[in-house]
Design a protein around this ligand. Structure first.
Ligand SMILES: [Fe+2]
Length: 334
């Protein structure tokens, strides 16, 4: 039986099948292993790891620690949101999500059926997102954090797009460049539509073969988007390079530093930020503050200057003032 435990519950003899480390690349290899000595167990307890998944059929049990059901986690997050935003703000953000849903559903299901990833519906969706991010950025970002398993791909794409629009405006990109950033965010993971659902929704560790398949999604997405003559070059670049890292340890090419475009660096930051602040079947959602702290602490993953700017862009728009204490304009996010 698979069981999620906290790092302080780790002990020798446990069989570890997955680790919830906020800075671990989700597509990086994670091998199952038996924890054999106290030194290794102590290292885990002193680490940044939040939780681990153990297999009690192959190692010792802890006797406690049931995973938080997704519905329960999302219910508590929803009540957090209603404290942070007014009903109107929540309604407007939900409207944006519902307006973009049919466009993205059609686009993504078309790709799954072997069709093209067309520019036009993505552009129309980003028009809605960019409008909503002008008036109500924190509510849209807050609501897209509440992802159920079925909606994860749709809401992650929407959230990365919204974050890239917001960040692009903070960096004073012109509106056309902001729009292209938004489309890049929406389509960055389109290659995943070509992966078997059994791999994408698998709980626990992927096999080496499954991992290798997941790591092809930037190239497969790029190839798909390249078939569209009207697809901007930046959208292709972001799709291909959003898993590269500044220290050269990313994939698919291991590019480093200046070899990675500004837009792909922005996408890497927004992609990881949204993944970390969202609940998954195997991990709880981190708060924005925890997420930013961990990202700022990480070495070599992100462009440090851009990451500091991203931090400032969120702090500038998302003040921790609850709605009943606000006079105007300020937004809250937890
Ligand atoms: Fe990706």
């Amino acid at each position: 039986m698979l069981k999620r435990i906290k790092r302080h519950q780790v002990r020798v003899g446990m069989f570890i099948t997955d680790i919830e480390d906020p800075l671990r690349d989700e597509a990086a290899p994670m091998r199952s292993f038996l924890l054999k000595d106290e030194g290794a167990a102590a290292k885990v307890r002193a680490s940044n790891i939040i939780s681990l998944v153990i297999d009690t059929r192959r190692g010792v049990d802890v006797g406690t620690g049931r995973p938080l059901p997704e519905a329960q986690e999302n219910r508590s997050s929803l009540s957090d949101l209603s404290r942070a935003f007014t009903q109107t703000e929540i309604k407007e953000a939900l409207q944006t999500i519902e307006q973009t849903r049919p466009l993205l559903d059609t686009l993504f299901s078309n790709v799954r059926l072997g069709g093209a990833a067309r520019f036009e519906p993505a552009d129309r969706a980003v028009e809605q997102i960019a409008k909503s991010m002008e008036s109500n950025p924190a509510a849209l970002i807050g609501i897209t954090r509440l992802k159920t398993k079925d909606e994860y791909t749709f809401l992650h794409s929407l959230a990365v797009s919204a974050l890239m629009v917001h960040f692009g405006r903070f960096l004073k990109f012109d509106e056309q460049a902001v729009r292209i950033l938004g489309i890049s965010g929406l389509l960055h993971d389109v290659g995943k539509m070509l992966m078997p659902d059994a791999i994408l929704s698998k709980k626990g560790a992927l096999t080496d073969e499954e991992m290798a398949e997941v790591r092809t999604h930037p190239v497969r997405g790029y190839e798909l988007l390249s078939r569209q003559s009207d697809m901007p070059q930046i959208v292709l670049d972001v799709c291909l390079h959003h898993h590269e890292r500044i220290d050269g340890k990313g994939y698919p090419f291991g590019l480093s530093d200046k070899q990675i475009s500004t837009q792909a660096r922005i996408a890497a930051i927004c992609d990881v930020y949204d993944a970390m602040t969202s609940a998954r079947s195997y991990k709880r959602a981190w708060t924005p503050a925890e997420t930013l702290r961990m990202m700022l602490k990480s070495e070599g993953h992100f462009d440090r200057h851009l990451l500091a700017q991203f931090n400032a862009s969120l702090r500038a728009s998302f003040s921790p003032i609850p709605p009943n204490e606000r006079r105007s304009g300020a937004r809250a996010i937890q």
